[in-house]
Design a protein around this ligand. Structure first.
Ligand code: ATP
Length: 262
Protein backbone atom coordinates (compact mmCIF):
# COMPACT_ATOMS: atom_id res chain seq x y z
CA UNK A 1 0.00 0.00 0.00
CA UNK A 2 1.50 3.35 -0.96
CA UNK A 3 1.58 6.16 1.52
CA UNK A 4 3.16 7.08 4.83
CA UNK A 5 1.03 6.18 7.81
CA UNK A 6 1.23 6.15 11.58
CA UNK A 7 -1.04 3.51 13.06
CA UNK A 8 -1.91 3.68 16.72
CA UNK A 9 1.35 5.41 17.60
CA UNK A 10 1.92 5.92 21.30
CA UNK A 11 5.08 7.63 22.46
CA UNK A 12 6.49 8.90 25.76
CA UNK A 13 9.21 11.47 26.27
CA UNK A 14 10.93 12.08 29.61
CA UNK A 15 8.45 9.77 31.28
CA UNK A 16 5.41 11.67 29.90
CA UNK A 17 3.09 10.21 27.33
CA UNK A 18 2.98 12.80 24.53
CA UNK A 19 1.29 10.76 21.78
CA UNK A 20 -1.70 8.52 22.43
CA UNK A 21 -2.64 6.03 19.74
CA UNK A 22 -2.25 8.54 16.93
CA UNK A 23 -3.24 7.34 13.47
CA UNK A 24 -2.43 9.61 10.55
CA UNK A 25 -1.72 9.00 6.87
CA UNK A 26 -0.17 10.92 3.99
CA UNK A 27 -0.85 9.67 0.48
CA UNK A 28 1.20 10.53 -2.62
CA UNK A 29 -0.24 13.70 -4.17
CA UNK A 30 -1.67 15.25 -1.03
CA UNK A 31 -0.76 17.89 1.51
CA UNK A 32 -1.80 16.99 5.02
CA UNK A 33 -1.74 19.86 7.50
CA UNK A 34 -1.10 19.09 11.15
CA UNK A 35 -2.61 21.74 13.39
CA UNK A 36 -3.29 22.14 17.10
CA UNK A 37 -2.21 24.15 20.15
CA UNK A 38 1.33 24.42 21.47
CA UNK A 39 2.42 21.18 23.11
CA UNK A 40 -0.33 19.13 21.43
CA UNK A 41 2.20 16.67 19.99
CA UNK A 42 2.47 17.86 16.38
CA UNK A 43 6.29 17.85 16.22
CA UNK A 44 6.46 14.53 18.01
CA UNK A 45 4.00 13.05 15.52
CA UNK A 46 6.08 14.34 12.61
CA UNK A 47 9.27 12.98 14.16
CA UNK A 48 7.59 9.60 14.60
CA UNK A 49 6.49 9.67 10.95
CA UNK A 50 10.08 10.51 9.98
CA UNK A 51 11.44 7.59 11.99
CA UNK A 52 13.43 9.92 14.24
CA UNK A 53 11.45 8.98 17.32
CA UNK A 54 10.48 5.38 17.71
CA UNK A 55 6.97 4.67 18.99
CA UNK A 56 6.49 2.71 22.22
CA UNK A 57 3.47 1.11 20.59
CA UNK A 58 1.98 1.19 17.11
CA UNK A 59 3.81 1.30 13.78
CA UNK A 60 4.79 3.68 11.02
CA UNK A 61 4.39 2.20 7.55
CA UNK A 62 6.06 3.62 4.46
CA UNK A 63 4.77 2.36 1.13
CA UNK A 64 3.75 -0.93 2.68
CA UNK A 65 6.92 -1.50 4.70
CA UNK A 66 7.55 -0.91 8.36
CA UNK A 67 9.68 2.21 8.65
CA UNK A 68 11.61 0.91 11.67
CA UNK A 69 12.91 -2.01 9.61
CA UNK A 70 14.28 0.07 6.75
CA UNK A 71 17.96 0.81 6.26
CA UNK A 72 18.72 4.44 7.25
CA UNK A 73 19.95 5.34 3.73
CA UNK A 74 16.84 3.93 2.11
CA UNK A 75 14.66 5.85 4.54
CA UNK A 76 16.61 9.08 3.96
CA UNK A 77 15.97 8.89 0.20
CA UNK A 78 12.25 8.32 0.67
CA UNK A 79 11.51 10.75 3.49
CA UNK A 80 12.74 14.28 3.88
CA UNK A 81 12.31 15.91 7.28
CA UNK A 82 12.45 19.62 7.95
CA UNK A 83 12.86 20.22 11.70
CA UNK A 84 11.28 23.14 13.51
CA UNK A 85 14.55 24.37 15.01
CA UNK A 86 18.20 23.87 14.41
CA UNK A 87 21.57 25.28 15.35
CA UNK A 88 22.47 28.41 13.34
CA UNK A 89 24.12 27.44 10.05
CA UNK A 90 27.94 27.42 9.78
CA UNK A 91 29.74 30.04 7.65
CA UNK A 92 29.52 27.91 4.49
CA UNK A 93 27.98 29.07 1.22
CA UNK A 94 24.21 28.71 1.09
CA UNK A 95 24.32 26.46 -1.97
CA UNK A 96 26.83 24.14 -0.29
CA UNK A 97 24.58 23.92 2.78
CA UNK A 98 21.59 23.11 0.55
CA UNK A 99 23.71 20.43 -1.15
CA UNK A 100 23.79 18.53 2.16
CA UNK A 101 20.27 17.53 1.17
CA UNK A 102 21.84 15.37 -1.56
CA UNK A 103 23.86 13.26 0.90
CA UNK A 104 21.35 10.37 0.83
CA UNK A 105 22.03 10.13 -2.93
CA UNK A 106 25.83 10.25 -2.78
CA UNK A 107 26.26 6.59 -3.75
CA UNK A 108 24.66 7.39 -7.13
CA UNK A 109 27.54 9.79 -7.94
CA UNK A 110 25.33 11.77 -10.29
CA UNK A 111 26.74 15.29 -9.95
CA UNK A 112 24.59 16.80 -12.71
CA UNK A 113 21.44 15.53 -11.02
CA UNK A 114 22.66 16.78 -7.62
CA UNK A 115 23.40 20.25 -9.05
CA UNK A 116 19.99 20.39 -10.73
CA UNK A 117 18.21 19.38 -7.51
CA UNK A 118 20.08 22.05 -5.53
CA UNK A 119 19.26 24.70 -8.17
CA UNK A 120 15.58 23.73 -8.10
CA UNK A 121 15.49 23.89 -4.30
CA UNK A 122 17.19 27.32 -4.30
CA UNK A 123 14.69 28.52 -6.89
CA UNK A 124 11.65 27.19 -5.02
CA UNK A 125 12.73 28.96 -1.83
CA UNK A 126 13.78 32.23 -3.48
CA UNK A 127 17.42 31.76 -2.44
CA UNK A 128 19.13 31.91 -5.84
CA UNK A 129 20.39 35.45 -5.19
CA UNK A 130 21.74 34.41 -1.79
CA UNK A 131 23.40 31.18 -2.90
CA UNK A 132 26.95 32.52 -2.52
CA UNK A 133 26.39 34.10 0.89
CA UNK A 134 27.62 32.43 4.08
CA UNK A 135 24.68 30.72 5.81
CA UNK A 136 25.77 32.28 9.10
CA UNK A 137 24.91 35.75 7.75
CA UNK A 138 21.27 35.03 6.89
CA UNK A 139 18.25 36.51 8.63
CA UNK A 140 15.85 34.30 10.58
CA UNK A 141 13.43 33.93 7.67
CA UNK A 142 16.27 33.35 5.20
CA UNK A 143 17.61 30.58 7.47
CA UNK A 144 14.16 29.01 7.56
CA UNK A 145 14.13 29.04 3.75
CA UNK A 146 17.65 27.55 3.70
CA UNK A 147 16.50 24.65 5.91
CA UNK A 148 13.52 24.13 3.63
CA UNK A 149 15.73 24.26 0.53
CA UNK A 150 17.97 21.54 2.00
CA UNK A 151 14.89 19.39 2.68
CA UNK A 152 13.54 20.00 -0.83
CA UNK A 153 16.90 19.14 -2.40
CA UNK A 154 16.49 15.56 -1.21
CA UNK A 155 13.62 15.26 -3.72
CA UNK A 156 12.14 12.48 -1.62
CA UNK A 157 8.66 11.12 -2.31
CA UNK A 158 7.53 12.36 1.13
CA UNK A 159 8.31 15.68 2.79
CA UNK A 160 7.63 16.24 6.47
CA UNK A 161 7.91 19.91 7.35
CA UNK A 162 7.58 21.23 10.89
CA UNK A 163 6.38 24.84 10.88
CA UNK A 164 8.22 25.78 7.67
CA UNK A 165 6.48 29.15 7.31
CA UNK A 166 6.46 30.32 10.94
CA UNK A 167 9.30 32.82 10.37
CA UNK A 168 8.37 33.85 6.84
CA UNK A 169 6.82 37.05 5.52
CA UNK A 170 3.46 36.66 3.74
CA UNK A 171 4.93 36.51 0.24
CA UNK A 172 7.48 33.84 1.12
CA UNK A 173 4.92 31.90 3.15
CA UNK A 174 2.58 31.83 0.15
CA UNK A 175 5.46 30.86 -2.14
CA UNK A 176 6.41 27.95 0.13
CA UNK A 177 2.82 26.68 0.32
CA UNK A 178 2.52 27.00 -3.46
CA UNK A 179 5.71 24.99 -3.87
CA UNK A 180 4.20 22.27 -1.64
CA UNK A 181 1.20 22.38 -3.98
CA UNK A 182 3.48 21.73 -6.95
CA UNK A 183 5.15 18.85 -5.07
CA UNK A 184 1.73 17.30 -4.44
CA UNK A 185 0.71 17.81 -8.07
CA UNK A 186 3.89 15.98 -9.01
CA UNK A 187 2.84 13.01 -6.87
CA UNK A 188 4.74 13.70 -3.65
CA UNK A 189 3.15 13.45 -0.23
CA UNK A 190 3.59 16.41 2.13
CA UNK A 191 2.82 16.59 5.86
CA UNK A 192 3.20 20.07 7.26
CA UNK A 193 2.77 21.48 10.76
CA UNK A 194 1.12 24.88 10.60
CA UNK A 195 -0.17 27.43 13.07
CA UNK A 196 -1.61 29.64 10.33
CA UNK A 197 -5.18 28.44 9.95
CA UNK A 198 -5.72 30.48 6.79
CA UNK A 199 -2.83 28.78 5.01
CA UNK A 200 -3.89 25.41 6.44
CA UNK A 201 -7.43 25.83 5.15
CA UNK A 202 -6.36 27.09 1.77
CA UNK A 203 -3.49 24.81 0.78
CA UNK A 204 -4.00 21.52 2.61
CA UNK A 205 -6.12 18.74 1.18
CA UNK A 206 -6.70 17.29 4.63
CA UNK A 207 -6.12 18.48 8.17
CA UNK A 208 -5.20 16.57 11.30
CA UNK A 209 -6.19 18.43 14.45
CA UNK A 210 -4.08 17.43 17.47
CA UNK A 211 -5.01 17.99 21.07
CA UNK A 212 -3.24 16.66 24.17
CA UNK A 213 -1.26 14.11 22.17
CA UNK A 214 -4.32 12.71 20.41
CA UNK A 215 -5.77 13.15 16.97
CA UNK A 216 -8.89 15.10 17.92
CA UNK A 217 -10.23 15.19 14.35
CA UNK A 218 -9.12 14.68 10.78
CA UNK A 219 -10.77 15.44 7.49
CA UNK A 220 -11.17 18.08 4.82
CA UNK A 221 -10.35 21.63 6.01
CA UNK A 222 -14.00 22.70 5.95
CA UNK A 223 -14.84 19.79 8.24
CA UNK A 224 -12.07 20.60 10.70
CA UNK A 225 -11.91 24.40 10.83
CA UNK A 226 -15.36 24.74 12.35
CA UNK A 227 -16.23 27.39 14.90
CA UNK A 228 -16.96 24.68 17.46
CA UNK A 229 -13.62 22.89 16.95
CA UNK A 230 -11.60 26.13 17.09
CA UNK A 231 -13.39 27.10 20.27
CA UNK A 232 -12.95 23.68 21.87
CA UNK A 233 -9.33 23.06 20.88
CA UNK A 234 -7.75 26.52 20.77
CA UNK A 235 -10.18 28.46 22.96
CA UNK A 236 -10.66 31.11 20.27
CA UNK A 237 -13.52 32.45 18.25
CA UNK A 238 -12.88 32.85 14.54
CA UNK A 239 -14.10 35.12 11.79
CA UNK A 240 -14.30 34.15 8.16
CA UNK A 241 -13.13 36.28 5.29
CA UNK A 242 -14.14 34.38 2.19
CA UNK A 243 -12.63 30.95 2.77
CA UNK A 244 -10.05 32.26 5.22
CA UNK A 245 -10.35 31.45 8.91
CA UNK A 246 -9.06 34.25 11.12
CA UNK A 247 -8.61 33.67 14.87
CA UNK A 248 -10.43 36.64 16.36
CA UNK A 249 -10.76 36.62 20.14
CA UNK A 250 -10.21 34.42 23.14
CA UNK A 251 -13.30 32.64 24.35
CA UNK A 252 -14.61 33.40 27.83
CA UNK A 253 -12.80 30.44 29.33
CA UNK A 254 -9.47 31.95 28.23
CA UNK A 255 -10.09 35.54 29.37
CA UNK A 256 -8.19 35.01 32.63
CA UNK A 257 -5.19 33.79 30.68
CA UNK A 258 -5.51 36.78 28.36
CA UNK A 259 -5.29 39.12 31.34
CA UNK A 260 -2.18 37.39 32.59
CA UNK A 261 -0.57 37.83 29.18
CA UNK A 262 -1.55 41.49 28.80
N1 ATP B 1 12.29 15.62 25.26
C1 ATP B 1 11.12 15.78 25.88
N2 ATP B 1 10.93 15.35 27.14
C2 ATP B 1 9.76 15.51 27.77
N3 ATP B 1 8.68 16.09 27.23
C3 ATP B 1 8.81 16.54 25.96
C4 ATP B 1 10.02 16.42 25.23
N4 ATP B 1 9.83 16.96 24.00
C5 ATP B 1 8.57 17.40 23.97
N5 ATP B 1 7.96 17.14 25.16
C6 ATP B 1 6.56 17.46 25.50
O1 ATP B 1 5.74 16.76 24.60
C7 ATP B 1 4.59 17.51 24.31
C8 ATP B 1 4.43 17.61 22.80
O2 ATP B 1 5.52 18.36 22.29
P1 ATP B 1 5.57 18.73 20.74
O3 ATP B 1 6.87 19.45 20.52
O4 ATP B 1 5.30 17.51 19.95
O5 ATP B 1 4.34 19.73 20.64
P2 ATP B 1 3.87 20.65 19.41
O6 ATP B 1 2.43 20.36 19.21
O7 ATP B 1 4.77 20.46 18.25
O8 ATP B 1 4.03 22.10 20.05
P3 ATP B 1 4.42 23.54 19.43
O9 ATP B 1 3.21 24.04 18.69
O10 ATP B 1 4.65 24.35 20.69
O11 ATP B 1 5.65 23.40 18.59
C9 ATP B 1 4.76 18.87 25.00
O12 ATP B 1 3.99 18.88 26.17
C10 ATP B 1 6.22 18.91 25.33
O13 ATP B 1 6.44 19.66 26.52
Amino acid sequence: MTGLAARGVTLSLGGRRVLHEASVGVAPGEIVGVIGPNGAGKSTLLRALAGIQRPDAGVVMLDGRELAGMAPGDRARRLSFLPQEEMPPPPMRVEDLVAFGRLPHRAARDEARDRAAVARALGETGLLDLRGRPGSQLSGGERARLRLARALAVEAPYLLADEPVAALDPAHALAVMASFGRLAEGGRGVAVVLHDLTLAGRFCHRLVLMRDGRVAAHGRPAEILTDAAMRAVYGVTVRRVGDAVVPWSLTDGRSEEKQVIS
